[in-house]
Design a protein around this ligand. Structure first.
Ligand code: PMP
Length: 428
């Protein structure tokens, strides 16, 4: 393929480029590959890192301070697990809840409790009036799906590389009392990989909100998921909120889904004393308590922060070659052509690809037709509506390395075909 910016080519050269890249795309498609770039799932090798969890401590679970196989101990989880994960949440152990296997459940349930019962500091259940959430975007589709499910209006907030556009956030929350919540993925955000700066955290903690019961849904899903030797640090939101006189503003979530087993890990919640008491009370109606033997397995397996750090290095060693493979393919096929830009993640699970405005849906369609399963374009925005029709989430962790390379090639060829097609149509 000739190098250079496609938008600078004259009509003949662009037609020629399109024909060449279309032929290469057709040849790729003719291979009938079945590749997957949909969900950010750990690979089998990543799951193998935690196989020692299996069968490790079940007998011990029957002894100890109480028989963990039985009912008892409450909804907040075993003390050892609460202590182990407290530093990850930035809360003291007594303000940590260790729950079931999915933090998404905790986020969903928090919103249900808030809608039906209200939160500390509020005057009424949220459901008694229209509710709006601020949604930094591109973001995590399942956050937006919870809002859709419960009729919560969403306002997309642009991301800046240091977190959400805070001028806009401050303006909106100050004037609109229906804004009760805001989704935040503060570290290695899904999918842009960015982390919130100290200034962003400070402004979120301090900002004046028209709603007295406004909450930050602080989903630190990738808090320890570094891919370099210079980990991102994000300021402690609970401390910042307390210092700003808004101690109950943040609900903090995390999980071990991408630390141990994605389907059989532990979900984590941390917040102020009042919020944790509120959450525990609500959870107590839903369940007698979590799977405690699984909590003890995790405590024995991970042990301490050093154990956690070591495990995460193992993940990084498996993920980095896959991230690099995608970046290499994008660099060689897409760089300098004026058709796309993409992130170089320093943590987390995703590469965020922005293709020329108006082209994402067509590019995803072409990639799908060539055998690369993708999440639908637009999924990274509230209500599936990417106003620029530009963003595509690339998820390279799950497939084996050779499939990751092929999938990246398929996505890059689809980008070149889709964008050159659009440019030709514009000129016709
Ligand atoms: N939050 C974010 C930002 C995620 O990317 C994911 C996983 N894709 C989750 C939450 C889901 O976490 P869990 O398995 O704990 O429900």
């Amino acid at each position: 393929l000739p190098a250079g910016d496609l938008t600078a080519l004259d009509n003949e050269a662009l037609k020629q480029f399109h024909a060449t890249v279309r032929a290469r795309y057709d040849a790729f498609k003719a291979r009938g590959l079945k590749l997957d770039s949909t969900r950010g799932k750990p690979s089998a090798q990543q799951l193998d890192l935690s196989n020692a969890l299996l069968g490790a401590t079940d007998e011990e679970a029957a002894r100890g301070g109480g028989d963990l196989r039985n009912y008892g101990g409450g909804v907040a989880g075993i003390p050892e697990a609460r202590a182990l994960f407290a530093p990850m949440l930035g809360a003291p152990a007594e303000q940590v809840i260790v729950a079931g296997n999915a933090s998404l459940e905790l986020m969903h349930d928090t919103i249900v409790y808030a809608l039906l019962k209200g939160v500390p500091g509020g005057n009424a259940p949220w459901s008694t009036a229209p509710v709006t959430f601020l949604c930094p975007a591109p973001g995590y589709d399942r956050h937006f799906a919870i809002c859709e499910q419960f009729g919560i209006k969403m306002i997309a907030i642009p991301l800046t590389g240091k977190g959400p556009d805070m001028d806009l956030v401050e303006k909106l929350v100050a004037e609109d009392a229906s804004i009760k919540g805001m989704w935040c993925v503060p570290k290695y955000s899904n999918p842009t990989g960015e982390s919130y700066s100290d200034e962003t955290v400070e402004r979120l903690a301090r900002m004046k909100t028209a709603a007295p019961d406004f909450r930050l849904f602080w989903d630190n899903a990738y808090g320890v998921h570094h891919l370099t030797d210079t980990p991102h640090e994000v300021a402690n939101i609970l401390d910042a909120c307390a210092a700003a006189g808004n101690p109950d503003r943040a609900f903090v979530y995390a999980s071990t889904s991408k630390i141990t087993f994605a389907g059989a890990g532990l979900a984590l919640f941390g917040s102020s004393k009042a919020n944790v008491a509120w959450m525990s009370k609500n959870m107590g109606f839903r369940s007698i308590g979590p799977d405690k033997p699984n909590q003890l397995r995790h405590v024995h397996f991970i042990q301490n922060i050093a154990g956690l750090t070591n495990l995460m290095k193992g993940h990084a060693a498996l993920i980095n070659p896959k991230m690099n493979a995608v970046l290499d393919v994008f660099e060689s096929l897409l760089a300098g052509r004026g058709v796309a830009s993409w992130t170089k993640p320093e943590g987390g699970y995703f590469i965020s690809l922005d293709v020329r405005d108006g082209s994402a849906k067509r590019v995803v369609q072409l990639a799908e037709e060539a055998g690369v399963a993708m999440v639908p374009a637009g999924n990274t925005f509230p209500n599936g509506n990417d106003p620029r029709n530009a963003n595509i989430r690339v998820a390279p962790t799950f497939p084996p390395l050779d499939s990751v390379k092929l999938a990246a090639e398929g996505i890059a060829l689809a980008t070149l075909v889709g964008v050159s097609e659009a440019l030709l149509a514009e000129r016709a």
